[in-house]
Design a protein around this ligand. Structure first.
Ligand SMILES: Cc1cc2nc3c(=O)[nH]c(=O)nc-3n(C[C@H](O)[C@H](O)[C@H](O)COP(=O)(O)OP(=O)(O)OC[C@H]3O[C@@H](n4cnc5c(N)ncnc54)[C@H](O)[C@@H]3O)c2cc1C
Length: 410
């Protein structure tokens, strides 16, 4: 860690932090001083700090109780993508937008026929003067109904090989050619959407990376996204839209209330412990074995997080094996917790009303499959580990035309 980082951060926060300041002014001050996102480049609202320094700054901010800058897809995914592939003009417009102007972003990548195989997207972008015209549809787009911009992958050359002829864009969501329709999941919530494009428009200035080189940008995006399950990837401030005119103290109170509600609803580890206390009679050899497995996976998770930090200290800004491992361990732990919770309750686990299992557990149970799918499925993470990290032979491609269907003789 650079000498003086901790004391400089402490001095700055002690001098500047004022809970009665308006949120928008505070976020602007954080970005302007470089203390809000210290890992960002010095010339772009940061201090070019490494992980150890960034952690020290966060610790000092926490001790003083100051509000962190916004978190979420903008600062954690789009900003590092812009540092690699963006233009100066894009950084001048979009970094302030996410850092203090309250604008938010979503990912418009998956399509009905292209999820794991993203290079198969068929949404098209056609150049018309100094604008691209977008037609097609994206699906499973989280928060598309409330954000300002979408990160969009579209096909710009239908004749080029699959991984070429793609371009990565930033598209303004609020425009006549975009229709966002909510999709309800089995939990009852509608947190993601299908988005339809009918001659939507994007300025030529809003291509990220070079036209036709969208796959390079997508690979950066996917590497960063796998790591977004790591709490270190976020500064800790609010996700999503906030009122910038309220005071910092008011926002902190709201965030605190939201976190307590979320902790009650999502603290799966505590939820399972409570269920075991309540339904102790449900403990069997099987549940004991599952608890041991859960414990092992938590240790694996701890080790993976340590490796992520170590790799960052060595200056690797894109995760290697740690990203897919981190994602896989989170989804394995979620499944183990889900099954342990059900087994512990015995027959009560089948009930969802006040006589049976807690409603919270059922919400967790119903939402648990999502974690193995969102951000790349478990199978895709395993393929990545096998082929790119362990150097095992590539999976044979399935060719439906090579399957011979034998006539059934009756
Ligand atoms: C909660 C949630 C939020 C999401 N948010 C967004 C979002 O904001 N933006 C966005 O663009 N997308 C989002 N998604 C979509 C997500 O990225 C895709 O669902 C995911 O990439 C899988 O794609 P798919 O659904 O098309 O499944 P498919 O790719 O069709 O896969 C179907 C099954 O086949 C398996 N499979 C596919 N290919 C292989 C292979 N080569 N080897 C082995 N097995 C394989 C998969 O593992 C899976 O089990 C979200 C999904 C969820 C669940």
């Amino acid at each position: 860690m650079a000498a003086g980082t901790r004391s400089d951060a402490k001095r700055w926060y002690q001098k500047q932090w004022d809970p009665d300041r308006a949120v928008g002014d505070w976020f602007a001050l954080l970005a302007d001083s470089g203390w809000g996102y210290p890992s960002w480049p010095t010339e772009w609202f940061g201090r070019s700090m490494d992980r150890a320094d960034v952690r020290a700054v966060r610790e000092e901010r926490k001790k003083i109780g100051a509000l962190p800058p916004p978190s979420g897809i903008g600062p954690s995914l789009l900003a590092p993508m812009l540092f690699r592939h963006g233009t100066d003009d894009q950084m001048r417009r979009f970094l302030p937008a996410m850092a203090w102007k309250g604008e938010t972003f979503c990912q418009m990548l998956s399509e009905p026929e292209a999820g794991s195989d993203l290079a198969g997207v068929t949404t098209t972008a056609t150049l018309d003067g100094d604008e691209w015209v977008i037609n097609g549809s994206k699906i499973w787009t989280s928060k598309a109904n409330e954000v300002d911009y979408g990160m969009l992958l579209a096909r710009t050359d239908p004749d080029a090989p699959k991984h070429r002829g793609l371009t990565f864009f930033l598209v303004a969501r609020d425009q006549p050619g975009i229709d966002v329709r909510p999709l309800r999941t089995m939990t009852g919530a509608a947190s993601f959407n299908q988005v339809f494009f009918d001659d939507a428009r994007i300025s030529v200035n809003d291509v990220i990376g070079a036209p036709e080189d969208g796959w390079t940008v997508t690979r950066t995006f996917l590497a960063l996204e796998k790591n977004s399950y790591n709490p270190d990837a976020h500064e800790g401030g609010p996700f999503g839209k906030v009122d910038l005119d309220q005071t910092c103290a008011q926002l902190q109170q709201r965030e605190q209330a939201r976190r307590s509600a979320a902790a009650q609803g999502r603290g799966a580890g505590q939820l399972i412990t409570d269920l075991i206390d309540k339904h102790g009679h449900g403990i069997t050899e099987l549940t004991r074995a599952r608890r041991a497995r859960l414990h092992t996976w938590r240790r694996v998770m701890g080790y993976t997080n340590q490796r992520v930090r170590a790799s960052r200290r060595q200056g690797n800004s894109l995760p290697g094996f740690e990203g897919p491992m981190s994602k896989l361990t989170v989804s394995t732990i979620t499944r183990e917790q889900r099954d342990l919770g059900l087994e512990t309750q015995g027959p009560h686990g089948m009930l969802a009303d006040e006589h049976g299992a807690s409603g919270q557990f059922h919400h967790f149970f119903l939402s648990s499959p999502a974690i193995s799918i969102a951000g790349g499925t478990d199978e895709i993470q395993r393929n990545h580990l096998a082929e790119r990290i362990l150097d095992l032979p590539k999976e044979p491609l399935f060719d439906p035309n090579s399957v011979v269907v034998e006539d059934k003789k009756t």
